[in-house]
Design a protein around this ligand. Sequence first.
Ligand code: GRF
Length: 215
Amino acid sequence: MTMKVAVLISGRGSNLQALIDACKDEAFPAEIVLVLSNKDGVQGLERAKVADIPTASLSHKDFDSRESFDAEMSEIITASGADFICLAGYMRLLSDDFVRTWRDKLINIHPSLLPMFKGLHVHEQALEAGVRFSGCTVHFVRPAMDEGPIVAQAVVPVLANDTPDSLAERVLEQEHALYPLALKLIAEGRIRVSAERVLVEDQQAPSTALLNPEG
Ligand code: GRF
């Protein structure tokens, strides 16, 4: 049975595209049943339409609280038949209620090697710190921003002449490989969260992704 996934976006949607492309393979164990944006007219919604995936967009301006906005999102997601959510450049904080409702059924991709460099301006932070490696992380979502059990990470070198943009580009390339890989592991039922750490069964890690060792 394929896992039914809703993808939440706010913009460009290049990670959404990577997931759409992965799902085109009939052997891929997940299917995107909804793309939901908190912004109208963004490129990600176009990508979904081109791929014939149902879309919805919601503006927080039509709601009086974060909780009521998120409750409406939850309803739309449930009505779509989705039982799992991928955040892909979704730029709004989620309420604790939403995170609790979808606990261990909600993942995010972040362009750093968490727990380093949370929040915004991630690549500026990495360059400022002078790290030699950066990368990206797929993690289960918890109420605190950019925290939660790590499913998979990919590492990229930081080069001497890197700018935030050049580093972002190199990391993004890995994001597009990592997100489908993480979703595949989860959809295959090979991921378990235990004591807030992710255990991966039958791990066969490709060279670009450093997955957590089996417990
Ligand atoms: C990505 O770098 C992702 O890691 C971060 O936001 C960016 C979204 O890019 N959470 P896109 O919309 O997927 O192109």
